[in-house]
Design a protein around this ligand. Structure first.
Ligand code: 13P
Length: 254
């Protein structure tokens, strides 16, 4: 296992008051965490709060999305330079909810990865198949096309500058988790796909699992050889649960 990264994706949740309480609790609890790297990705509206509460501390700040463009007439968008100014370390790119509800294609995701890297932040590239695709036996084909598209657009070297999150769409927010074996199979597949181009980059890239990861299943998932952490949705909104997953990451790493 590589150094685990446990990142909380808060999605569209929280108020100024609850975000402050959650960040404060995670920051406090993080003092007990050894090896695992910890990040929280709140909505844009709370990034200023995140910068004020977290900068210089143990918990890194991330964003959930970014505009492909540097600036100009793009109403409602937020640029990578703006995220960097708020001290973001990570930016989630190509989450399945963005792909499904906002029409993000692999080409758009590739451009987002590039703007994030050029602003010295680290993208978390999300990939994953739907239930229908899995049931049709197309899981490998879907994951391969998502990975290959990034290699085609941005080059294999770009995988040396990002994190990957495997998030089976059927496991997100559903309470259905991929079994450790199912997840490991896909993580291994992703790593081999990258290794086909560059074995050194493949050995180093972190592949996180996301999809109903909870304190009760995190340890078993992260004990798999190719599961290097988690991208946590629902459980990241409860400080004790999120910290319990961070502890599981620590235990898996030791
Ligand atoms: P849940 O942990 O709520 O299933 O969400 C996973 C996810 O989409 C994280 O990005």
């Amino acid at each position: 296992m590589r150094q685990p990264l446990i990142a909380g994706n808060w999605k569209l949740n929280g108020t100024k008051v609850s975000a402050k309480a959650l960040m404060t609790a995670v920051l406090e609890g993080a003092k007990e965490i050894g090896k695992a790297e910890i990040a929280v990705c709140p909505p844009f509206a709370f990034l200023d709060l995140g910068e004020r509460l977290l900068s210089g501390g143990r918990v890194r700040l991330g964003a959930q999305n970014v505009c492909t463009e540097a600036g100009g007439a793009y109403t409602g968008e937020v640029s990578a330079a703006m995220l960097a100014e708020f001290g973001c370390r990570y930016v989630i790119c190509g989450h399945s909810e963005r792909r499904e509800y906002y029409g993000e294609t692999d080409a758009i995701v590739a451009r987002k990865l590039a703007v994030v890297v050029s602003n010295r932040m680290t993208p978390i590239l999300c990939v994953g198949e739907t239930l229908e695709q899995r049931e049709q036996g197309r899981m490998q084909e879907v994951i391969a096309s998502q990975i290959d598209a990034i290699i085609e657009h941005n080059g294999i070297a770009s995988f040396g500058q990002l994190e990957i999150a495997y998030e089976p769409v059927w496991a997100i927010g559903t309470g259905k988790t991929a079994s450790p074996e199912q997840a490991q199979e896909v993580h291994d597949f992703i790593r081999h796909r990258i290794a086909g181009h560059d074995a050194t980059i493949a050995a180093k890239v972190r592949i996180l699992y996301g999809g109903s990861m909870k304190p009760g299943n995190a340890g078993e998932l992260m004990s798999q050889a190719d599961i290097d952490g988690g991208l946590i949705g629902g459980a990241a909104l409860v400080a004790e649960d999120f910290l319990a997953i961070c502890r599981a990451g620590d235990a898996a790493a030791s």
